[in-house]
Each structure stands twice: as C-alpha cells, then as structure tokens.
Ligand binder design. Sequence first.
Ligand SMILES: [Zn+2]
Length: 128
Amino acid sequence: MTRCQEFVDQARGLAMHEMSIADSILEIIDETARTNGYSKVKTVFLEIGQLAGIEVSSLRFCFDVVTRDSIAQSARLEIIEIPGQGWCLQCARSVTISECFEPCPACGGVQVQITGGDEMRVKELEVT
Ligand SMILES: [Zn+2]
C-alpha cells in the first residue's frame, strides 16, 4: 500500500466518522418528531464541543446526504460551538482549551483533565 493510498483510506475513515454522527442525529430527529407529531423539521440546533473531534464541514455534508427524503430534508443545520474546558492540576482551576492535550494556557502544564466541550447534542428543533 502506498503512502498516498493510506492517506485516502484515512480520509475515508474520517468521513465515515462524520457520516455515523449524521446518522445518529437523524435518529434523534426522527424519534423527537414521532413523539411530538412534527411533520417537517426546518432547523436543527446542534451543540458541538470544540474537543469532540468533529469536522464541522464534513458533518454538514454528511447531514445533507442522510437527511435526503427524510423529515429533515433541506433542514438548516445551526451549529453552536462549545469551548473546551479543562481542569489544570497544577493551577487547581478550570481553564479553556481548544484542543485535546493542549497545555494549560496559564502555567503551560500538561496535566489538564478535560471536563467539558467534548460532547455533541441536539439542542433544539425548529419545526413548521
Ligand atoms: Zn495551569
């Protein structure tokens, strides 16, 4: 296998990751719509933590693909980014970080435990 091929496989793997996320978002939408008797979803408000490891542009693309012929067809995806939160063991306080394994912005220490901003959730649906 060439290096290039490896890279392509990696890229495909990443896209699959976002594709499965888009699938689970659609599942949540479907279930919510069924429970509440919605017939058309106009906007989907999605909270994504900066540390969730989700590529937003890929997710938008995958979302458009999986929602075709669904209740959320041509729905707008409204993404709210949640900043990463960590707890620095050295400073003994909460700090904001933008990447996993990023050192503490205050002391430069590497003992930062992730406490928030590593999740994704469907916050709200706008329906017609
Ligand atoms: Zn620190």
